[in-house]
Unconditional design. Sequence first.
Lengths: 860, 249
Amino acid sequence: MFKLALRSLIDKKLRFALTTLVVVIGVMFVVGSFTLTDSLRSTFAGLAQDIAKGADLTVRVDQEFGGDFERATVPEAVAEQVAGVEGVDLARPELAALNVFIVDGDGEPIRPPGPPALGFSFNPGSFFITEGQQPSAPGEFATDTVTAANNDLRVGETYQINGPLDAEPFELVGLFNFGSPDSHTGLGQTMAAFELEEAQRFFGMEDGYQAVGVLASAGAEVSEVQARLEAVLGDEYRVITQEVEAAEQEEDFNQVVDIFNTVLLVFAFIAVFVSAFIINNTFQIIVGQRVREIGLWRAVGATPRQVSRSVITESAIVGALSTVIGIGLGLALALVLRAVLEVIGFPLPPGPLTLQFRTVVLAAVVGLGVTMVSSIAPAMRARRISPVAALSQDFQLGATGLRRRLITGGAVFAAGVVSLAAGMTAGMDTAPTFVLLGVGAVLAFVGMNIVSPVFARPAASALGRPLKAAFGVPGRLGRDNAARNPRRTASTAGALLIGLALMGLAAVVGESIKKTFDNILDNAVEADYFIQSSATGFGPPPGFPARVADEIEALDEIESVMRIQWAFSGLSVEGEPRDIVAADMSLADDHFDGQVSSGDMAAGDPRTALALHSDSAESLGVGVGDTVEATFPDNQTETLTVVAIFEDAAIYGNWLIDGALWDRHFNRNDLAFASARTADLPDAATEAEQASLLERSRAAVNGVIDRYPTVKVENQAEFRQTQQSQLTAIIRVIQVLIGLSFVIALIGIINTLSLSVFERIHEIGLLRSVGMTRKQLRRSIYWEALIVAVFGGLLGVAVGTVFGVATALALPESFVQAVAVPWLDLVVFVVISAVAGLLAAILPAVRAGRMNILDAIAHE
Amino acid sequence: MTPSPTQALATAARAVAASKIYGSGDTEVRALDAIDVAFEQGRFTAIMGPSGSGKSTLMHCMAGLDNVTSGQVIIGETDLTTLSEKDLTLLRRDNVGFVFQAYNLVPTLTAIENITLPMDLAGSKGDEAWVDEVVGATGLADRTKHRPNELSGGQQQRVAVARALAGKPQIIFADEPTGNVDSNTAAEILGFMRSAVDQMGQTIVMVTHDPVAASYADRVVFLVDGKIVDELEDPTPQGIRDHMTQLGA
Ligand SMILES: Nc1ncnc2c1ncn2[C@@H]1O[C@H](COP(=O)(O)OP(=O)(O)OP(=O)(O)O)[C@@H](O)[C@H]1O
Ligand SMILES: [Mg+2]
């Protein structure tokens, strides 16, 4: 039987190659993502050690929750206390700030596309000067060698630096390597370092330091010094060894790697899932085509077991080969991804690729496992083929009854929907949610696949009707062939369906977010100008100097400016970290209508006032006038009073505090966003007066902004425009990535069409013998492909739309309030899918055209 | 033995010194060996000969399904050896009918659609009255909407012959059209072909191994090793058997 399986593979080289290729793609993704992320992890481990090497011990405030830049600082007095402890040779205060942008010689701010722009106090333990000297006076700075080289920064020149508070000129006095004297270990972030006191002033962090690095005196035992420091400083502080510091750094890095890994694995999962469809499909067709042959084996004495085993063996060979090739290509993919990362601004230190045993095992599970599991059902069908099949002229495998299909498929689909619904309604950030969503999606797709053959025949007939009328025999045959084997049509379409459904889902959710945003702009926005970082790219925009807001506020034409800052996990209530927004609450209602349903944002003491979105108020069971105990990332707890409850979370999120309260607990001074209102004119003002005021105020605001190259201002129309185009760009990127599954589906269509052509060789010979031209033959195959692809496209878009609408409804209101369907996009997707189908048909069609007529006729 | 074409009748198709060689060197097979043969218009010719004598090869080459290695094949006035692949296809569609031993029909098309297939491929309506007449002659007028798998083997072959007739081709070639059916069914098919020649003036060339089938023809041509070795006018089954024994001897 092994021989038979092997023979069958060798005879059908193209089919073999295509099937293998499909599995290879899945394996490649799995191997590529694991290898890359394993390599990243080991690189980062080295980097973390480099970073930690600067000090024997590090002293920090023990933070209960929140980000590194939100941690409470170590007061100067404590730093002095540290220096006095026995065995401490040097206690070096350390300072770091986000969003410190150097402006290059051409006046362009240097913006790393993904990594942060950081400011530091110069730390001789980790920063090694390679040129010039370390900054030692006000007005001086040093930067890393890579940033200097990439942006042509020269020692001795003066550059503007936009800090958290203001933009100021600094002279570049030195270049340094970070981490090691010989080479810069960076991940693409830009680094500007200042003398300590200058850093404190420029960052606006005069009350303390983020950490104090400790060097033990020669001869002192580090662990003893650590114990002594712990005794002196008490519970409030942590004293961390180099190893722990490195481990914590590494953990931080790995969180990023994990996200990256997850994203890659999602694509791998989609790829594998689509492959499974295609493999299953291929083996079903192969068995279907070999019915007579298998009947003959049975007639000459092969047992059903031997028959099914030969099918499984064939799949095992495909799986094993794909695994091997997939591992090789996966390593290549990892290299490519690394190069891509470098190009988009995340340079990684060179290092060997790490192929772990675990990755190889996974590759085998995916390659062999998916292939073999996908061939079980076809193998079982092959078993049931009776010896008489060899004798009958036109034997058809008993297809599963439509009724049974509807019932089983419907049940599986329903289970999927239930699981999806459960996943959507459970909180958004828990692991079980993703499992529920994943399992739900898989079940839903499998259910669809079981049911869809029921629709395939009528759908193919309906889609093909105009073809028949307009394109004569080729159109007619294309339609008939698409309708001939509904299972095959449905399952080929199924491969396309997945990709399109995901694209459709992304499009609908994206459009709904856009619509939500539009509604907000239409209804909620009262301010005239919006000030934010001019950086473009993904993720939240970086902060900008707070001074910009002060200067705009001082303009005559401007009545008020509202400053907005925010933080993930910015405060903790009832033991749970909450994301917060800080704004001037006295202005909040004038700039953005948050739809206050009770209370008044401007009421109460801004230092203890809290405004809540109705969802959060409800889940906490509080109303206006109630108090809430809130802990901040600096470990301090305050009793806040709820002053207002609002309904629109788009701008203010769920938890809104005043800037005054923010300033007391956060070291971050840069602004995330600001809005400005022009002075109100008297009601009697004419339109011309109104327009002239807007013109003057815009000119004045521009005058301020022009001095800060990292900042931009937009009016309502511009603001709307850029927000929309950014959102569109993100959705497009996601769709393109999902579109990868298209490539696999494309191979699936080539495969299926090749097989369906093969199945009809005799018939094709016959058609050619009675005068069908090659062109007509090719056309009939194109039409068939077109029908299958459009069927898959329509089904996919329909499923994507339904799921997208469901998702949009299920997403929290703070994110999506309106549901919108981008009809044009959906039509475009179906067109793309049709074009993909036509492309896939080229190879099979050309091959069919070249076939020798007599050989074809001789084929049974 | 020289072929003696009836001068009074025009020639529908002929082969001139046509050779077909398969393979080369040691494995060379001379399936047709400089064969000269002509088929007159409005006559029914049977081709007989031992297995492997080149009958099918002759049919394929005459019908433009395959190319001869040397010599000429002429249908009407057209020399097939000068035609491009596309023109050959169009010639098959418009001027030649072909009936295979079995599986002559496209399974997804109904009987009537199979019959009008060449015309549909040409994008023309054809002669509808003629098609009706042909369908009537098959005796399948009430089954035209049926698909091939709903027809018996004999019915399928009659549909195949009807398709060959429907486009009024210059000539129809049939390679063992009754090879797969019982003698009653064979009689049905042969009767239909005979009447197509007599009543519709069609030209038919048919390969057969069966002397009874061959006796439906006006003339029998005997083929051995790719050459015409003998022929017989107005054959009877017994006369054919006698000739075959002679040839075999
Ligand atoms: N494609 C081919 N390649 C090589 N040799 C071939 C090919 N087709 C036919 N032949 C050879 O050419 C010779 C004539 O074959 P052909 O099929 O014409 O015989 P036939 O008279 O139709 O026989 P039968 O009565 O068995 O159908 C045979 O020897 C055969 O082996
Ligand atoms: Mg033959």
